[in-house]
Design a protein around this ligand. Structure first.
Ligand SMILES: Nc1ncnc2c1ncn2[C@@H]1O[C@H](COP(=O)(O)OP(=O)(O)OP(=O)(O)O)[C@@H](O)[C@H]1O
Ligand SMILES: [Mg+2]
Length: 276
């Protein structure tokens, strides 16, 4: 199947193994995989490794069955786009300008046209992306004058205009209000399907993962504890094991599944306390 696959990947910082022998895949094109796990479980490390920004101690990656070398340059040539958890501050560009720069950077330098048509196409794409993310009114504002959430939306726009084949987003909803969280996940779903992108999104909102992501990968203790269709792998048992919470999963009136947290589980994953 086409998509991104992880083969026996290990990553260490100094002498400490953070990820040990991870294998999964494929993470199919046209689908969103939610990367879930506790603080410090290695989600950002895995995403940075997929982006070629952290060097693994062992293992390999493939995209559509072909090796994807684990270097930033190689990842770029395969159009792997990564949005970090913390966005850079102090950038003086205007919003539209920054999105245009990203659109140009996303093109293969060998194919980069310098014609008026290419520039017009970039401009149209940039405007359409800002519109789609509900931030067209920010086009002429300076990046360093934006709120945290507005800057996060611009970061997502910059990632989308690069037209990736693999899209890696680290907590893209962390600064967004309810309305924008919903809109961003809807746009990601549409774009992922339309363009056949293999999208991986780190989330702490399990309900967003259940609602908008096709698959979920749960990291725990340096391993992939669960990987599969979201509704199958996000269960009270897996949430107790991975997050140490006592959870219920109940259908809402629209038939979607919702996670409700009742308390903290003990180390065996059995409820020990009620917090309500
Ligand atoms: N540059 C680094 N040098 C040394 N250790 C690091 C480095 N970056 C992360 N770590 C450690 O690696 C582990 C995994 O960190 P990582 O940032 O991948 O976690 P995470 O799952 O993204 O957590 P969070 O949900 O808090 O963002 C943590 O124990 C962290 O302290
Ligand atoms: Mg992180």
């Amino acid at each position: 199947m086409n998509g991104l696959a992880i083969h026996d990947l290990s990553v260490r910082y100094g002498r400490r193994d953070v990820l040990r022998g991870l294998s999964a895949g494929p993470l199919p094109r046209g689908e969103i995989t939610a990367l879930l796990g506790p603080n410090g479980s290695g989600k950002s490390t895995l995403l940075r490794t997929l982006a070629g920004l952290a060097k693994p101690a062992a293992g390999s990656l493939t995209l559509d069955g072909a090796p994807l070398a684990l270097t930033a340059a190689s990842a770029r040539s395969h159009s792997v786009v990564y949005l970090p958890q913390a966005l850079p501050a102090g950038v003086r560009l205007q919003v539209l300008e920054s999105v245009l720069v990203a659109a140009r950077a996303g093109r293969d330098p060998a194919l980069r046209e310098r014609t008026g048509t290419a520039a017009q196409r970039d401009l149209a794409t940039a405007h359409a992306t800002l519109e789609r993310l509900d931030i067209a009114t920010l086009a002429n504002r300076s990046l360093d004058e934006l709120s945290g959430g507005q800057r996060q939306l611009v970061g997502i726009a910059q990632a989308l205009v690069r037209e990736p084949q693999v899209l890696l987003l680290d907590e893209p909803l962390s600064a967004l209000d309810l309305n924008h969280q919903y809109q961003v996940m809807a746009v990601l779903r549409d774009v992922t399907r339309e363009r056949g992108i293999a999208t991986v999104v780190v989330l702490h909102d399990i309900n967003a993962a259940l609602r908008a992501c096709d698959r979920a990968m749960l990291l725990h203790d340096g391993h992939i504890a669960h990987f599969g269709p979201s509704a199958e792998v996000v269960t009270p048992a897996s949430l107790a094991q991975v997050f140490g919470v006592r959870a219920r999963i109940e259908p809402c009136s629209r038939g979607l599944h919702q996670v409700l947290i009742d308390g903290i589980a003990d180390r065996q994953g059995i409820a020990s306390r009620h917090t309500r």
